[in-house]
Design a protein around this ligand. Structure first.
Ligand code: 16G
Length: 250
């Protein structure tokens, strides 16, 4: 395991295409790559800072800096006195506007969706209020269960104005990828998160017992010009996800 990481680090040092002049960024990429390739499994420990520094002929400050970035991204977790581990629960930083697909790929997991609905219809009064749309306009609706491989993680209902995404079949696995291709990927979002007990129907879809803990999240995302690009209601499994926010004093 350690040798795979050392090999990957040395490969990046030799690879001119990696464009990573700083050692801590090269090491960060190397750690990310071995996690994505599942050479170090979730829950398993990374070699200690001291061992990594010695094996790679780097200073401990450099190793610490490389690791700190991945802890912030939620890819690694640190337990006081025990070391650094590949995150087992999915830790989702709330400060970055990322998609389900990106979050899972970054952890070497295989995101996929099962669609219950992928169609076009008329905006409802509630959606038109939330999205600042005129009554009667056309919207694309997606209702899907989101999986990592065979494991269901979340249920999502998304609404997107049809003038931004005219054809629902443009969404294959990732809504954000489809929006990106049309030049309207969200740039900013407002998110509301609350704890819920999962209903029998949601629990069945997520393969957990009825009344298990869940997180109900509403996200309204905006384009640069202020138009709402998505209104998504999600129910995430509370036993797998941690949503983490970084706070600053002014
Ligand atoms: C996340 C977002 C959701 C967005 C989706 C796009 C949260 C709570 N929700 O699940 O609002 O629509 O990603 O993912 O993070 P996709 O591009 O993989 O379809």
């Amino acid at each position: 395991m350690e040798t795979t990481l050392a090999k990957e680090y040395r490969r990046l040092c030799r690879d001119p295409a990696s464009h990573q002049p700083l050692a801590y960024l090269r090491l960060r990429s190397a750690i990310r790559n071995v996690i994505e390739q599942r050479d170090i499994e979730p829950g398993h420990a990374l070699p200690s800072e001291r061992d990594l520094a010695r094996a790679l002929a780097l200073s401990r400050v450099t190793v610490r800096k490389a690791i700190a970035g991945l802890v912030e991204e939620g890819m690694l977790t640190q337990r006081h006195g025990a070391g650094t581990f590949v995150a087992e629960r999915i830790i989702k930083p709330m400060s970055r506007l990322t998609s389900f697909t990106e979050d899972l790929r970054a952890r070497g997991l295989n995101p996929r969706s099962e669609f219950f609905e992928r169609g076009i219809g008329e905006v409802t009064p509630e959606e038109s209020m939330a999205m600042n749309l005129s009554p009667g306009v056309a919207v694309v609706r997606l209702h899907r269960v989101r999986y990592a491989g065979e494991e269901p993680l979340a249920i999502e209902r998304s609404v997107v104005p049809a003038n931004l995404l005219p054809d629902p079949s443009l969404v294959d696995d990732s809504l954000y990828e489809a929006l990106e291709k049309r030049g309207c990927r969200p740039r900013r979002a407002l998110q509301r998160l609350r704890a819920v007990l999962l209903s029998a129907q949601h629990a069945r879809l997520l393969h957990v017992p009825t009344n298990s803990a869940g997180l109900a999240i509403e996200r309204r995302s905006f384009l640069d010009d202020g138009r709402v690009v998505e209104f998504t209601s999600s129910w995430y499994r509370g036993d797998i996800y941690d949503f983490v926010a970084e706070l600053h004093t002014d």
